[in-house]
Design a protein around this ligand. Structure first.
Ligand code: A2P
Length: 335
């Protein structure tokens, strides 16, 4: 990294579940920040958030917010990105966008630094950060793909409520309190009670019965891995977990894959720890990976229903590797 210069950085959606993590990750990874501008809606203007021991005031996001900014990390939802990312790019700033607004745009790189860092260099002002479940799955799938050539994937996700945002964290907390007090739980965010339940519904439904979230694994996976023939079918499930997503994956490969060879490949993979000792009840858990930069993979076994198949379980902090950490890692590629 070129430490000779410092960067004027903005975080759009600074008060949100991901925005807060972006600020903390910039500080923890000692990103060379000259100034930090925090942007959110008018509701948050004047609120302060801590950075490097100082309180920084949140400002209302406006069209002229990006004058003089070098790098803007966006996580305020797709419609804000669609409207403001081009304005920021026009003002000469590089946008790293956590929303799905530009991910499949051919002129916008979609980057996981451990997988396709070279794509970031081709940006024209906007770089997209991948979907959280896709990012966590690919941290284990890509090294296996490089070694054995993945052809298709069948998976199910177990996604934490913080992936929906700050309001969903409050909803799970409130419903747990209400149920413990013998009250009827109230709903605002999800169409059904999330406490003590699982919802086979993440994002909106498409005409073919998949949800938008579910198609991201195949579409974004193809783009990030430069693997246009990848086939991936996933059922995305929201679970009453505050933080960290888990994914049960069955993958079929072109070449034979043994458990030993897969374990060897995964143990060398950057950003990934192998936690796989069933005899001691050791496998990746959302409670354990929460707050960690590395994802974890375990339950590695031959898939008995596929040719050259491998089954495994991967978990990762979706606010970090699935969002804020990956965005800051992309920013590091620019410095
Ligand atoms: P605010 O807190 O002022 O509403 P989350 O994903 O946790 O729900 O967070 C969404 C983030 O996007 C928050 O920081 C939120 O700010 C921000 N946001 C939502 N609507 C707007 C808007 N119209 N303009 C700017 N920021 C917005």
């Amino acid at each position: 990294m070129n430490r000779n210069r410092n960067w004027k950085v903005a975080v759009v959606g600074a008060t949100g579940a991901v925005g807060i993590e972006m600020i903390e990750t910039l500080e923890k990874r000692r990103f060379p920040v000259e100034s930090l501008t925090l942007l959110a809606s008018a509701r948050s203007a004047g609120k302060t958030l801590p950075f490097q021991g100082k309180d920084i005031s949140v400002q209302e996001l406006r069209r002229d917010s990006f004058q003089g900014i070098d790098i803007a990390l966006f996580s305020a939802g797709g419609s804000i990105s669609k409207e403001y990312a081009p304005i920021a790019a026009q003002a000469g700033c590089v946008v790293i966008d956590n929303s799905s607004a530009f991910r499949m745009d051919d002129s916008v790189p979609l980057v996981i630094p451990e997988i396709n860092p070279e794509d970031a260099k081709k940006h024209k002002g906007i770089i997209a950060n991948p979907n959280c479940t896709t990012a966590i799955t690919l941290m284990a799938l890509y090294p296996l793909h490089k070694a054995f050539g993945v052809t298709r994937v069948i998976a199910a996700s177990y996604q934490a409520v913080s992936g929906t945002g700050a309001k969903a964290i409050e909803e799970l907390q409130r419903q747990v309190r209400q149920l413990a007090a013998g009250e009827t739980p109230t709903r605002e965010v999800y169409p059904h009670q999330i406490a003590f339940n699982v919802l086979p519904h993440v994002d909106s439904f498409l005409p073919d019965g998949y949800t938008k979230e579910e198609m991201k694994l195949q579409n974004e996976g193809r783009k990030i891995m430069h693997h246009p023939s990848l086939r991936a079918s996933i059922t995305c499930v929201r679970v009453p977990v505050y933080r960290a997503h888990s994914v049960a994956v069955s993958a079929e490969f072109e070449r034979p894959v043994s458990v030993e060879a897969a374990r060897e490949v995964l143990s060398q993979a950057p950003g990934l720890d192998v936690v796989d000792n069933p005899a001691k009840n050791e496998y990746p858990l959302p409670l354990v990976v929460s707050g960690r930069y590395n994802c974890q993979v375990g339950r590695i076994r031959r898939d008995c229903a596929l040719d050259n198949g491998l089954a495994f379980w991967v978990a990762g902090d979706q606010l970090l590797k699935g969002a804020a950490l990956n965005a800051v890692q992309i920013a590091e590629l620019l410095t």
